[in-house]
Design a binder for this molecule. Structure first.
Ligand code: UD1
Length: 342
C-alpha cells in the first residue's frame, strides 16, 4: 500500500510542483486548498502531467478547525506537507492580523488534527527569510535567525517554533522544516508554474510578465549595494529541484531515517547570483531583450543571502540539479503558455 501525503495549499505554486513529484515517486496525494490565492489552473496541470485524473481534491480552509478535523478523520494520512499560507510581505505589514490569523491558526489546526489522528509526520514550508540579513555567507542551519522585518516573516519563525515545541511535547509526532531560498521557474512541461495575482512582487514573475508585454518595464531595485555588480545577491532555486527536496524529506520521515524528532534543512543551490546576472541570463537563454531600468532600493530588501545546502545534500540525499538557464527557459515557456490561454 502506498503512503498518502496530504498537501495543504496543494493547488498553489510550490504545492502543485510538489504534488507532481510525490505522485511520480509513487505516493498517493490528497490535495487541499482554500483557493484564496489561486485558481484550478495548476491543479489541472498536475493531473495532465501525472496522467492522474483521480487525484483527490478538497476545497477547504485549514483555519476551519472542524473541517481540518474531518479531513484527517475521513482519510488515512501518513504525512502532511503544510503550504497553506499567505505570502505577500507588503500586505502582511499592512494587515498583520490577516497573516497571524491565517498562517498560525491553520498550522495549529493541522498539527492538532495530525496528532489526534495518528499522522506522525509533519513537514513545514519555511523560508530563508528567517535568517534576515546574515552576518556571514553562506548560511547554514546553525546561522542564528534574526528578528523578522515583516509579519509574514514572523509567521515563518513562529510556525517553526510551534512545530519544534509540539514535537518536543508530543512524542506521537515529528517534524521537518525546509527553509527555501528563492524558488523560481516552472515545470518543464509548462503546464504548471507561478500565477501571481495582480502586480508581481517577486523578481522572476515580473521579468516574464515584462517580456510578455504585460508590464512595461522591469524595475531593478538598486545597483549601489556592496556586491560585485551592485545588485542584490540571491540563491535562486529551481522549483522542480525544490519540489524534489520535499519528496526526500517525506521519505526520510516515512522510512524512519530521522536522526532527531525535529530537523531543519536549507533548500538552495549554494550559488549566489545577482539580480543583474539573473536578468542577463534570462535575456540570453530566451534570446530576447528586456525593458528594464535601475530604480532606488526597495525598503526591507536583504543585500545578500545564499545557502550552504550541505546538510540537505548529505542527510536528504538531495541536490539541486537544474541550471539557471534551464530554469529561466522554463519560466518563460510557462509565461508563453499563459499568453496562449488569454
Ligand atoms: C521575498 C521576500 C521574502 C519571501 C520571498 C518569497 C522581501 C524583502 N522578501 O524575497 O520574505 O520569503 O520573497 O518568494 O520582500 N527585485 C527587483 N525588481 C523586482 C522584484 C525584485 O529588482 O521587480 C529584486 C529585489 O530587490 C531582490 C531580488 O530581486 O533583490 C529578489 O526579490 P524577490 O523575488 O522579491 O525575493 P526576495 O526579496 O529575496
Amino acid at each position: 500500500m502506498s503512503k498518502r501525503v496530504l498537501v495543504s495549499g496543494g493547488a498553489g505554486y510550490i504545492g502543485s510542483h510538489v504534488t507532481v513529484e510525490l505522485i511520480q515517486a509513487g505516493y498517493e496525494v490528497l490535495v487541499a486548498d482554500d483557493m484564496s490565492n489561486c485558481d484550478l489552473t495548476c491543479f489541472e496541470g498536475v493531473k495532465k502531467i501525472t496522467g492522474r485524473e483521480d487525484i483527490p481534491f478538497v476545497k477547504m480552509s485549514f483555519c476551519d478547525e472542524a473541517a481540518t478535523e474531518k479531513l484527517f478523520s475521513d482519510w488515512k494520512i501518513d504525512a502532511v506537507i503544510h503550504f497553506a499560507a499567505f505570502k505577500a510581505v507588503g500586505e502582511s505589514v499592512e494587515d498583520p492580523l490577516k497573516y497571524y490569523g491565517n498562517n498560525l491558526n491553520s498550522f495549529v489546526n493541522v498539527i492538532g488534527a495530525a496528532r489526534r489522528h495518528g499522522c506522525r509526520n509533519i513537514l513545514f514550508s519555511s523560508s530563508a527569510t528567517v535568517y534576515g540579513e546574515p552576518d556571514k555567507q553562506p548560511v547554514t542551519e546553525q546561522t542564528p535567525r534574526k528578528p523578522s522585518t515583516s509579519p509574514y516573516g514572523n509567521t515563518k519563525q513562529i510556525c517553526e517554533d510551534i512545530l519544534r515545541d509540539c514535537v518536543a511535547a508530543y512524542p506521537e509526532i515529528r517534524g521537518i522544516a525546509l527553509r527555501y531560498f528563492n524558488p523560481i521557474g516552472a515545470h518543464p512541461s509548462a503546464l504548471i508554474g507561478e500565477l501571481p495575482r495582480g502586480v508581481p512582487n517577486n523578481l522572476v514573475p515580473y521579468i516574464t510578465q515584462t517580456a510578455a508585454g504585460r508590464r512595461e518595464c522591469l524595475n531593478i531595485f538598486g545597483n549601489d549595494y556592496p556586491t560585485p555588480d551592485g545588485t542584490c545577491l540571491r540563491d535562486f532555486i529551481d522549483i522542480v529541484d525544490l519540489a524534489r527536496a520535499h519528496v526526500c524529506a517525506v521519505a526520510r520521515m516515512l522510512d524512519d531515517k530521522m536522526e532527531k524528532e525535529y530537523e531543519i534543512f536549507n533548500v538552495g543551490t549554494g550559488r549566489p547570483l545577482s539580480v543583474m546576472e539573473l536578468v542577463n541570463a534570462f535575456q540570453k537563454v530566451n534570446n530576447l531583450k528586456l525593458n528594464y531600468k535601475i530604480v532606488p532600493r526597495r525598503a526591507g530588501d536583504i543585500i545578500a543571502i545564499w545557502a550552504d545546502p550541505t546538510l540537505a545534500n548529505e542527510k536528504l540525499g538531495w541536490k539541486a540539479t537544474r541550471t539557471t538557464e534551464e530554469t529561466l527557459a522554463a519560466a518563460w515557456a510557462w509565461e508563453k503558455h499563459l499568453m496562449g490561454k488569454n
